[in-house]
Design a protein around this ligand. Structure first.
Ligand SMILES: Cc1cc2nc3c(=O)[nH]c(=O)nc-3n(C[C@H](O)[C@H](O)[C@H](O)COP(=O)(O)O)c2cc1C
Length: 188
């Protein structure tokens, strides 16, 4: 069982990073092999709508996405983790998702089946405020992303009211919820 965690915050050891680490520890507790991608450290250009992907399902831009596509396709479980920036995902992770238009094209235009129908994914998000609709837009984005790469949206952990770097350490219940999410997700 391969679990891929996609860390969308630019803040290393920030709230998202710590929550994702707990989730990956939970997955490891089930014997899963885990990998964390720190998107901010990669060079990922935004989608330019060249639409080369409509021909053969491959993006014509050459950058670090070349290494990410196989990871996305080979993972049995995918965890997207992001802070909320202006009611959405960070631009770093949104660029990665937009570049998956190539995988969307494989599924919906070229009618190529994604790897395995049993793949599942989860979303972890953290925001500073308490707004009722704080996560709505990001949930829709992650659901559509998962659908495009053939992953079922199976779980989520949405944390409000956490702002300072590492403040999540003062929220042991949420950290333990993240561990549990990872543990559940890695179960067969
Ligand atoms: C550019 C920017 C935009 C933000 N927008 C929101 C927002 O719309 N709603 C909110 O609740 N928090 C917002 N925040 C606060 C972050 O979501 C919050 O500080 C979070 O804990 C950061 O997580 P991290 O430590 O994983 O980066 C914003 C922060 C930044 C830097």
């Amino acid at each position: 069982m391969r679990v891929l965690g996609i860390m969308g915050s630019p803040r290393i050891e920030g709230n998202t990073d710590l929550l994702l680490d707990e989730a990956l520890r939970g997955a490891q507790s089930q014997g899963a092999e885990v990998e964390k991608i720190i998107v901010d450290k990669l060079k990922i250009a935004p989608c330019r709508e060249y639409y080369g992907c409509l021909q053969d399902g491959n993006c014509v831009i050459r950058d670090d996405m070349d290494g990410i596509y196989p990871k996305l396709l080979n993972a049995d479980r995918v965890i997207v983790a992001s802070p909320i920036f202006f009611y959405g995902l960070t631009s770093q992770i949104k660029a990665l998702i937009d570049r998956c238009q190539a995988l969307w094209a494989r599924k919906y235009i070229l009618k190529q089946d994604p790897p395995d129908s049993g793949r599942r994914g989860a979303f972890i998000a953290v925001g500073a405020t308490g707004g009722k609709r704080l996560f709505d837009g990001s949930i829709l984005t992650v659901k559509y992303f998962f659908q495009s790469i053939g992953v079922k949206y199976a779980d989520e952990l949405l944390v409000r009211g956490v702002d300072r770097k590492g403040e999540i350490r003062e929220h042991p219940a949420e950290l333990s919820d993240a561990f549990e999410l990872g543990r559940r997700l890695a179960q067969v």
